[in-house]
Design a protein around this ligand. Structure first.
Ligand code: PGA
Length: 253
């Protein structure tokens, strides 16, 4: 068995009304009943965070927000602060997802501010990195991943980094049905772990869980998750169906 406890996180993105979300988490919870040795996380939209956290209280499933603002309160119309996320019962937050970087102007600098704010409030960041197709094809992905890891974690202490979950999500594999091969993913994960070791020490790098994301489904999960440096999955599309998500969780156990 792997030393690091695997994580399976479902990113619902901008899907699911409150009622639909409640039905989905009930389906997952009762479909699985009991899981051992895997951390299960659900990231609903902000509008159902409170309700879903309530439904899942005292279960093995934890709740994540999909984003946050780094300020604690004030005149930031439309933004949600880390303390509000804590207040409604979530304990994780996805930060720097490629859709936020691509469509909402997030940069390594804002990602860094968000990671710091999350940690200060006791939220565990799920910190996303990943290269685009052209960056992979032009063989720049090593530099890109290195810049994202460095920029996102700059100024953090090793103890802080130990509490972070990293998600490697190649942009070309998100929502496309094209999954990175296990070999491609393993290589990127190992590279990320080495970067963490260089910056924060081998002990920390060995502790941090690195998830793979990008078209993970019930069929390909088992092989991906069996790879040495792949410690779990960040699942988009397949997390919207209870049966598929359950299969992926089972693949991690
Ligand atoms: P996908 O999304 O599983 O639908 O490819 C993954 C993600 O964006 O986190």
């Amino acid at each position: 068995m792997k030393k690091r406890i695997p994580v399976i996180a479902g990113n619902w993105k901008m899907n699911m009304t409150v009622q639909q979300g409640v039905e989905l988490v009930n389906g997952i919870f009762y479909g699985l009943r009991f899981v051992k040795d895997v951390d299960v996380i659900i990231a609903p939209p902000f509008t159902s965070l409170y309700k879903i956290s309530e439904v899942l209280r005292d279960t093995y499933i934890s709740v994540a927000a999909q984003n946050l603002h780094w300020e604690d309160k004030g005149a930031f119309t439309g933004e949600i602060s880390p303390s509000f996320i804590k207040d409604v019962g979530a304990s994780y937050v996805i930060i720097g997802h490629s859709e936020r970087r691509q469509y909402f102007g997030e940069t390594d600098e804002t990602v860094n501010k968000k990671i710091r704010a999350a940690l200060q409030h006791g939220l565990t960041p799920i910190f996303c990195v990943g290269e685009t197709l052209s960056e992979r094809e032009s063989n720049q992905y090593h530099q890109i991943l290195s810049a994202q890891i460095h920029g996102g974690l700059v100024g953090l202490s090793a103890v802080e980094v130990e509490h972070i979950i990293v998600a490697y999500e190649p942009v070309w594999a998100i929502g496309t049905g094209v999954t990175a091969s296990t070999q491609q993913a393993e290589e990127a994960h190992l590279m990320i772990r080495n970067l963490l070791a260089q910056n924060f020490g081998a002990y920390i790098a060995d502790e941090v869980r690195i998830l793979y994301g990008g078209s993970v489904n019930a069929k390909n999960a088992k092989e991906l998750l069996s790879s040495e440096n792949i410690d779990g999955a960040l699942v988009g599309g397949a997390s919207l169906k209870a049966d598929d998500f359950i299969q992926i969780i089972k693949a991690a156990t």
